[in-house]
Write a protein that binds this ligand. Structure first.
Ligand code: ADP
Length: 490
């Protein structure tokens, strides 16, 4: 297989990274750029032996990494973040080319955030072991002990951001990791392995096994050597992973996408709501946390539609490497056909197109920012996650109706609510969701919990919630008075 994949002048390894070594595979798979369909190269496809070797390397590295303690790990992890920073241009080239993510967003948002994902959790881990519960009887030291080898599986829409968001807390708290990158966008994870290597992370602490989900991924999640599985992706895949993990009782954290409401109350600042509404098309709406169901008070429906249309008409659809582009391509022909199919079926069922509704002339995998209305609550376009630039708009007459529509799907990941602040807050509080932004969108703090309820996920990550997941919480109990053994003692 080829030794490197060349992208915009950068050389990226398509091989696995196991136990501190680059490892080739007899098997490989081809990757394409959604920008123009060109072949980017061949990537190693991990077989059973590669997964087994990676888990073994991670298990072997675990005791020493866990024993290092958070301060020494912080030194390593700061170097790791620095090495990620040094590779910023390569990371941006890789993910704009293999996933079609906007280059400007990678440069100004995602790469800096990937570095913070590593350093923030490494610093937060310093205070992890300090939780003490004092009673008259005893002193309890509540420790967060690292759990062991953590498998990390992320989807193709934002692999750099999501992989570091999971690896950061896992490594900081003393675990070792085996990462299976998404097969449609595997290159940034390979560059992360270079960064880990250059930072001198001990061999086996950070491993990457490339491959397909249904083979390499499936083999990884069924490995009995894993202590945790952190997965972001689709619900159907999560069910398969849960079954495999169940055989070994491996704890899983799942973030599974959404169909989040974007509520516009009658007292909303409609210009602000429209500007934020148009942001939902960023990354061609291949974003789990986007608000994709617009719920608009009927009294302001026309005024809102006029304003949002005006913003959307100016959106620049095109090559994600062009700094002026605001909406890039859909990742893969299969995903493109899915998106197209959703729109065609919705139209056949009576949906009306407020704007868009067809492929975009820019190129084969580009789709027009689209808004459909006249859609029934129980229709698939309202109930299912499209993961493409297709939004729906429904109206309501009362707040109760807005809340009922907002809560009327199986998902519960995010949400947006525009209105006079206390009014919007009161409505937001009634939406069953993992998080909801009032008069804003996308404000994320690493200390805050992230995850979904209902079919949008199991568990939360972020801040303390990440550490709770990646650690075994242990209560060490030291009595304050001499302990007298007695069968009647409670
Ligand atoms: P998406 O539709 O977002 O691609 P998937 O859930 O299919 O969502 O994929 C998300 C990630 O899960 C990818 O990295 C993929 O390779 C991986 N994956 C898919 N199937 C499995 C599986 N059976 N076991 C483990 N990982 C899998």
């Amino acid at each position: 297989m080829q030794k490197t994949i060349k992208i915009d002048g950068f050389e990226i390894s398509p091989q696995h990274y196991i136990g501190g070594q680059r490892v080739a595979s007899p098997g490989c798979f081809e990757i394409f750029s959604p920008i123009d369909g060109r072949v980017l190269g061949q990537v190693a496809e991990g077989g059973d032996e590669h997964v087994a070797a990676a888990v073994a390397a991670a298990r072997a590295a675990f005791p020493a990494w866990a024993a290092l303690g958070p301060e020494k790990r912080l030194t390593y992890l700061r170097r790791f973040a620095d090495e990620i920073g040094k590779r910023s241009d390569a990371l941006c080239a890789a993910e704009s080319n293999d996933a079609g993510v906007l280059l400007s967003r990678l440069q100004h948002g995602i790469v800096p955030r990937a570095m913070q994902n590593i350093t923030w959790f490494a610093e937060a881990a310093l205070t992890l072991q300090d939780k003490i519960i004092e009673t008259t009887q005893a002193r309890h030291y509540v420790r967060h002990d690292p759990a062991g080898v953590c498998a990390i599986i992320t989807p193709w829409n934002s692999p750099l951001m999501l992989t570091t968001w999971k690896a950061g807390p896992a490594l900081a708290s003393g675990n070792t990791v085996v990462i299976k990158p998404p097969e449609w966008a595997p290159l940034t994870c390979s560059l992360l392995a270079d960064a880990a290597d250059a930072a001198g992370l001990p061999p086996g602490v950070f491993n990457v096994v490339q491959g397909l989900g249904s083979t390499t991924g499936a083999r990884l999640v069924s490995d009995p050597g894993l202590a945790r599985i952190s997965f972001t992706g689709s619900g159907p895949t999560a069910k398969i992973i849960a079954q495999a993990a169940g055989a070994n009782l491996t704890p899983c954290s799942f973030e599974l996408g959404g169909k989040s409401p974007f509520i516009v109350l009658a007292d909303a600042d409609l210009d602000a709501a429209a500007a934020t509404g148009a942001l939902m098309y960023r990354n061609a709406t291949q974003v789990c946390l986007a608000g994709t169901r617009f719920l608009v008070d009927v009294k302001v429906k026309d005024a809102f539609i006029t304003r949002m249309r005006a913003v959307v008409e100016k959106l620049r659809v095109g090559d994600p490497r062009d700094p002026a582009t605001e909406v890039g391509p859909i990742i893969h022909p299969r995903q493109f056909e899915r998106v197209k199919g959703y729109v065609e079926r919705a139209k056949a069922a009576g949906a009306q197109t407020l704007w868009g509704g067809a492929p975009h002339e820019y190129g084969a995998l580009y789709y027009q920012p689209t808004m459909l209305t006249n859609v029934a609550q129980d229709s698939e376009i309202v109930q299912q996650e499209v993961f493409g630039p297709v939004l729906v708009l429904q109206t309501f007459n009362t707040d109760d109706e807005a809340v009922a529509l907002a809560n009327g799907t199986d998902y519960g990941l995010g949400g947006v609510c525009y209105g006079e602040t206390t009014h919007a807050q009161a409505v937001a509080e009634q939406v069953r969701t993992g998080f909801i932004w009032v008069n804003s969108f996308g404000i994320r703090d690493l200390a805050a919990p992230f995850g979904g309820c209902k079919r949008s996920g199991v568990g939360r990550e972020g801040g303390d919630w990440s550490f709770e997941f990646f650690c075994d919480v242990k209560d060490v109990v030291v009595p304050k008075h001499p302990f007298k053994a007695s069968f009647s003692h409670r």
